[in-house]
Write a protein that binds this ligand. Structure first.
Ligand code: COA
Ligand code: AMP
Ligand code: ZN
Length: 432
């Protein structure tokens, strides 16, 4: 059973032919943007068209830095009037990463999302509760439009408020829900506190989990706690958001939709393709986006292609679960954090000393970000009211920057142990 049989089981030869055609259309569209309009390789590829998808390697990469440097309009390939939505990264300092969509892009994204959910066994008879953050997070509206396209009854619950999540589930008979894997431990605890068992006291049969790295063991624990099948969903805002790669009911890797993206895996040092089946950095090119095509985007996510064909019959290749990142970004409570964002906030404050340390810990089954901050000697003098005010101020500034409330611990200068060589700022002690 497929959502779009013609495309999902297309043989590789025809799939690649389609990719070449769509890549040429994409390049013709991209060159309208100020950024790609300046790139000679793009204009050259338009003049002497690409015949094989491997020729995409003749085009330069696009990085997050490029997106930030040409903020806000540099990657826009249509007239501003045509744009109907944007999604943007968090942060109050520096340039965010922004992605624009026109009507075509939103319809295409909704369709990919519906196709992904259908592959995981979700049907129009399901009641779907989305526990991701709405607003600028793509996991909110991204799922919303896909679920509506598929025809489920959707419950746009948003993130947080576990008691209400449980009530919604029980009142409306939720059968499928989407959540960040690290949140589901907390949700299960609240079920228990209420004397409820999600296996008996809900109609849940499927969970969709994604937006952050998790292990196979973590998936199994979630499946046992909730008595469901849990399917991995991968995406990133620069490539729309969710709906990029998804597990089918075989649960053996994530089909990445190759009619919508050209997918490469490269060595992040040499920037050359890795050998078949080896882990490297995922690089992606949009093939069905009009307002803002992105060419050879370095996602920084590390993964590999899984060998062999999937029993489900879909011909789109499968990615292994994400093994890590080639940069220092970490994800907490479904929010992406670059340590530099935190450093940027701290170093602006005259009271703050030179050192800080970020520790990620699981406390009462909930992931927390603890930030130890050294306060300069002259300010660390036992004026408790002042320190209390400073602690609250830093908490607010960091929360505004990364969208997660940190636990701030103000400490004396020199009390954070120095690491050997290059300073290590982030210690991840979360329960995996
Ligand atoms: N998803 C949903 N709810 C979450 C969550 C998550 N990832 N992490 C925590 N929560 C819940 C908590 O359990 C708590 O509710 P409860 O006390 O009723 O159980 C509530 O959110 C607030 O938790 P708190 O620890 O005070 O969070 P915070 O202030 O540090 O962060 C969040 C606020 C959780 C709302 C914010 O981190 C968020 O919006 N996360 C979701 C991100 C997301 O959807 N990403 C997907 C991108 S595609
Ligand atoms: P965002 O652009 O905010 O949606 O964040 C995208 C990033 O979240 C990706 O580049 C990955 O690092 C991470 N991510 C999303 N889905 C998954 C997943 N299923 N497994 C591991 N990491 C994921
Ligand atoms: Zn499959």
């Amino acid at each position: 059973m497929y959502w779009e049989k013609d495309l999902e089981v297309l043989d590789r030869k025809h799939l690649e032919k389609l990719q070449v055609e769509r890549l040429m259309t994409t390049l013709q569209q991209a060159v309208n943007s100020p950024y790609y309009g300046r790139i000679p390789e793009i204009s050259k590829a338009i003049k002497s068209p690409i015949h094989s998808i491997d020729q995409i390697r003749e085009l330069p990469f696009t990085t997050k830095e490029d997106l930030r440097n040409d903020f806000p309009w540099g990657f826009l390939s249509v007239d501003k009037r045509e744009v109907v939505r944007l999604h943007s990264s968090s942060g109050t300092t520096g340039n965010p990463t922004v992605v624009y969509h026109n009507h075509h892009d939103l319809a295409s994204w909704a369709n990919l999302m519906a196709r992904s959910l259908f592959a995981a066994g979700v049907r129009d008879t399901d009641v779907f509760q989305n526990m991701a953050g709405y607003g600028l997070f793509t996991g909110g509206l991204g799922f919303q439009y896909g679920v509506e396209k598929l025809g489920c009854l959707s419950i746009p619950a948003g993130a947080g408020n576990s008691l209400r999540q449980i009530k919604l589930m029980r009142d409306y008979g939720t059968t499928v829900a989407h959540a960040i894997p690290s949140y589901l431990g907390r949700l299960f605890d609240v079920f228990k506190e209420e004397g409820l068992d999600p296996r008996k006291d809900t109609k849940l049969h499927t969970l969709v989990i994604g937006a952050e790295p998790h292990t196979e063991e973590h998936r199994q624990r979630i499946e046992e706690m909730f008595g469901v099948k849990a399917y991995n969903s991968f995406g990133l805002s620069e490539m729309n958001g969710p709906g990029v790669a998804f597990e089918c009911t075989e649960q053996n890797g994530l089909h990445i939709w190759e009619d919508a993206y050209v997918v490469e895996i490269i060595d992040p040092i040499t920037l050359q393709p890795v050998a078949e089946g080896e882990i490297g950095e995922l690089v992606m090119t949009t093939l069905d986006r009009v307002a803002m095509p992105v060419i050879r985007y370095r996602t920084r996510d590390l993964t590999r292609f899984l060998p062999g064909k999937c029993k489900c019959g879909r011909t789109h290749r499968r990615l292994d679960r994400i093994a890590g990142r080639s940069d220092d970004m970490f994800i907490i409570k479904g929010c992406n954090v670059f340590p530099m964002q935190i450093e940027g906030v701290l170093m602006k404050l005259p009271e703050v000393g030179d050192d800080y340390r970020i520790t990620l810990e699981t406390i009462d089954d909930q992931d927390e970000m603890i930030v130890q901050v050294e306060v300069k000697k002259e300010w660390f003098k036992g004026d408790l009211a002042f320190l209390d005010k400073l602690q609250k101020y830093i908490t607010r500034l960091i929360r505004d920057e990364v969208l997660v409330r940190p636990l701030i611990k103000l400490v004396e200068p020199g009390s954070i142990p120095k690491t050997e060589g290059k300073a290590i700022r982030v210690f991840d002690r979360r329960k995996k």
